[in-house]
Design a protein around this ligand. Structure first.
Ligand SMILES: [Zn+2]
Length: 486
């Protein structure tokens, strides 16, 4: 923290230099020679048939289960307790002999998940933030990190983004001191070809400066949290401004991309954002293809879909790329919709039709039913800048809305209708018009905030897992800055 404070006191030119220094370090570790090999191998595998891919996945799974049984205390015990011979686990279906692993168990018994086969000197510590539950700090390896970045870059390169493409990055961690009240609200990472825009300074009166910098530097690729990129889009649309150039690519990460946010970005920038779903724990990864469909990256993790109480399918995965911290059948805490149709793009693997988001992003009706995917209520609401649902009583929803100019009574009536269509008379909907919506400590926008989850009436339902951190992006963690300055 001390070094972060030191960074914030530096002159702006020195801050640019620190960002570039950190960027240089990342280029030489995360994107070092191992990364290039991993990327080429991953790109070769995307030309395989689905059968080839599943054979590859199951072989990795087999080896990983043996590794976990032999070197990880938690699994040694679990296998003994369940009388399971690790040699008998050959396919994803065989994994059903194990219980699903929740994040709280991992948090409580963290040290029991360390593999004795990986020496602490080879650890790379990483962490998830967690919004309602606590975070998780755990070791990974350089090779595992590089493979994860290879799979993310495979997705980006499919879209046409190259490692040389300049990126306008709109993430949650600010590299601009919050007390700064004058432009520039961005810092340059030259080696990484990133312009790191601050999400925390984006407001109606600073928007013009962001637009100016984008027009000047013209990064072909915009990437970041959907809540920040859509805010930029909403600002542009509501003030009738537009960029003087058209970005070629938009990708989002870290939060679930809501339908309304996607629509706003497409209107403002003329490009539809492409969706990539990943998480630090590496227990699953899903990438959009050039046909706009979502494919499970079967070579990256062994992913299962289990029916979710309240609709959709829970994502449960085994992170076979990370030998330092094996997670078998880990409940990621997200819900998706499965897609039965095959995709013509030629990529192997199962497809899903939608990522519904956090499994806790549901509301509870008067009759106890739980309803997810509420973001669709706001899909075509151009007069709404941001929205959040707050609930602390079943059947009562407080909808916080940040209006765009032009919001009228008609819009509220329309919203009421949309809610009524989905919830009928099982919920009272109240509107609270607010100037802004608070972010989590990590700068993320939660869509549903609920005080119901720990109450007795929820005791009979499957408890939602604490959220993991959906990353899939070049997170600029303060600890990286810290490491660079220290
Ligand atoms: Zn496809």
């Amino acid at each position: 923290m001390k070094t972060e404070a030191l960074y914030h006191r530096m002159p702006i030119s020195a801050q640019h230099a620190v960002c570039s220094l950190v960027g240089w370090r990342i280029q030489h570790t995360r994107f070092g020679s191992g990364f290039t090999q991993q990327l080429l191998a991953a790109e070769q595998r995307q030309r395989w048939s689905s059968d080839q891919m599943l054979v590859f996945r199951d072989r990795r799974l087999q080896n990983f289960v043996r590794h976990a049984a032999a070197t990880v205390p938690y699994y040694r015990e679990l296998f003994r307790e369940h009388g399971v011979n690790p040699e008998r686990i050959r396919t994803l279906d065989d994994m059903r002999v194990f219980p699903v692993l929740t994040k709280s168990v991992v948090q409580e018994r963290q040290q029991h998940f360390f593999s004795s086969a990986i020496k602490p000197r080879d650890w790379r510590m990483t962490h998830t933030s967690g919004t309602t539950g606590g975070g998780l700090r755990f070791p990974t390896t350089l090779a595992a990190m590089q493979e994860q970045w290879a799979v993310w870059w495979r997705f980006r390169r499919r879209l046409g983004i190259s490692l040389r493409t300049w990126c306008g990055y709109f993430g949650g961690r600010s590299v601009v001191p919050i007390a700064q009240t004058k432009a520039p609200y961005w810092r340059y990472n030259w080696p990484g070809r990133q312009i790191l825009f601050s999400g925390y300074h984006l407001a109606p009166d600073t928007l013009g400066q962001y637009v100016e910098e984008l027009n000047r530097s013209q990064p072909a690729w915009l990437h970041g949290y959907p809540s920040i990129l859509s805010l930029l889009a909403e600002h542009l649309l509501s003030t009738g401004q537009s960029l003087k150039y058209q970005p070629k690519f938009i990708t989002t990460g870290s939060e679930n991309l809501q339908a309304r946010q996607s629509a706003a970005m497409e209107r403002a920038f003329g490009v539809r954002p492409a969706n990539n779903y990943g998480l630090t724990e590496a227990a699953a990864n899903v990438s959009e293809c050039t046909h706009g469909r979502l494919h499970v990256d079967e070579d990256f993790a062994a992913v299962e879909f289990l029916p979710n109480n309240g609709g959709g399918w829970r994502v449960v995965g085994t992170n076979f790329t990370n030998p330092a911290f094996p997670l078998l059948r880990y409940d990621v805490g997200d819900v998706v919709e499965l897609d039965e149709r095959s995709c013509d793009c030629g990529l192997p693997g199962r497809t899903i039709s939608a990522i519904d988001g956090r499994s806790e992003d549901y509301v509870v009706l008067r009759n106890g039913a739980r309803i997810g995917r509420m973001d669709h209520v706001f899909k075509d609401m151009t007069a709404v800048r941001e929205a959040q649902i707050f609930q602390n009583r079943p059947g009562v929803l407080m909808v916080r809305v940040v209006k765009n100019p032009g919001f009228s009574e008609l819009d509220e009536r329309h919203l009421r209708q949309e809610f009524f269509q989905r919830l009928g008379d099982q919920a009272d909907v109240q509107f609270d018009y607010v100037p802004k919506i608070a972010r989590t400590q990590q700068g993320k926008l939660r869509f549903v905030v609920s005080g119901l989850r720990d109450t007795p009436e929820m005791a009979n339902s499957v408890p939602p897992a604490a959220p993991s951190d959906v990353t899939a992006d070049a997170d600029w963690e303060s600890r990286e800055l810290t490491a660079a300055i220290a």
